[in-house]
Design a protein around this ligand. Structure first.
Ligand SMILES: [Zn+2]
Ligand SMILES: [Zn+2]
Length: 331
């Protein structure tokens, strides 16, 4: 689909068993095409990408630069294969590049740290191994390598026809970037802002200390941009960036209050609070205990992100007892 003149969206399907797709964008230019994001590394995804290019009358070999918004497997996974086919140079924020090796290459230490964090936040021994290992399956869907170009906030990437500006938006991932095209007023938002879903913001060993605080600041950073269309990493293209940001902020406010209410009845670990919250699964409200290991782990990590935000604001504090952190309201 040609979203605007010279900018094409290609939907790249998730692996079998997962519903959804990644939006990849090809920006045509006199000096070669720029690809923003790729998809999971599966044969089906690569074929769908090829079919998408063909339908838009585009060619692999015209792609000269691949810009990755962040290194999650649904955005970065397929970049290595596409690079093999077109010789393009891969670009991403240097902070994000710094996360690649520990996440995909030598991940044993990272997995141990995830396990330690979960244990320290009250996940019981019986569930610990399942939650700790819940992301291991993802690694087979990524061709990992270091990027050719390190980007910084304020850099731009051009192809003679379009010039896109790099805006660092940490939160969903520490080195996440959005790409802003000032001439047509487009924002390629990656997973920073989606229309139909609220991007996951959770604490993990790679997220930084206060990812939700970072995320909310990153929303403010782009809120006043005059944007005609937001081109997100998943779901529909939309306009009304400010309204969408207001909605996302209000959802976080509600959840933040829910976490504070839970702290009204005593000291609790992040795991205990996560058990009291109604989460979403498949668009429906779901009790914590009904979630699978991956969603349980996300729920705990999201809860920790709220608690860290509340701690940074002075509303909550934590104390360590027998190597487990308990949170308490300071209000
Ligand atoms: Zn993501
Ligand atoms: Zn994504």
């Amino acid at each position: 689909m040609e979203v605007v003149n010279g900018i094409h969206q290609i939907k790249v399907p998730f692996p079998k068993g997962l519903s959804g797709s990644t939006n990849a964008y090809v920006i045509e230019g006199e000096k070669g095409n720029i690809l923003i994001d790729s998809g999971w590394d599966t044969p089906e995804a690569l074929w769908a990408f090829r079919e998408g290019l063909k339908a838009e009358r585009l060619k692999f070999q015209d792609i000269k630069t691949i810009v990755i918004t962040h290194i999650h497997p649904d955005h970065y996974g397929l970049a290595g294969k596409i690079k093999q086919l077109c010789g393009a140079r891969v670009a991403m924020h240097r902070v994000e590049a710094g996360l690649i090796d520990s996440r995909y290459k030598d991940s044993a230490e990272l997995i141990e740290r995830v396990g330690d964090d979960l244990k320290c936040n009250g996940v019981p021994q019986g569930e610990l191994l399942d939650l700790k290992n819940a992301s291991l399956w993802m690694r087979e869907f990524v061709t990992f390598e270091q990027p050719d170009i390190m980007l910084d906030d304020g850099d731009s990437v051009g192809n003679g026809s379009f010039e896109i500006q790099v805006i660092r938006t940490p939160g969903h991932s520490l080195g996440h970037i959005c790409l802003y095209e000032p001439r047509k007023k487009l924002l390629f938002s990656g997973d920073h802002i989606l229309y139909e879903t609220n991007p996951v913001v959770g604490c993990n060993p790679q997220s930084g200390d206060n990812p939700l605080g970072d995320y909310l600041s990153s929303l403010q950073k782009i809120k006043d941009f005059k944007i005609s269309f937001v081109l997100p990493g998943h779901g529909p293209v939309f306009n009304g960036l400010g309204l969408r940001i207001d909605k996302i902020i209000s959802l976080h406010d509600e959840r933040r209050k829910e976490v504070m209410r839970s702290l009204d009845s005593g000291l609790k670990t992040a795991y205990q609070i996560a058990q009291e919250i109604v989460w979403k699964a498949g668009g429906e409200g779901a009790a914590f205990d009904s979630l699978g290991p991956w969603n349980k782990r996300l729920a705990v990590m999201k809860t920790i992100a709220y608690l860290k935000l509340l701690a940074s604001e002075g509303s909550a504090g934590s104390v360590e007892m027998n190597s487990v952190l308990s949170y308490i309201s300071r209000e």
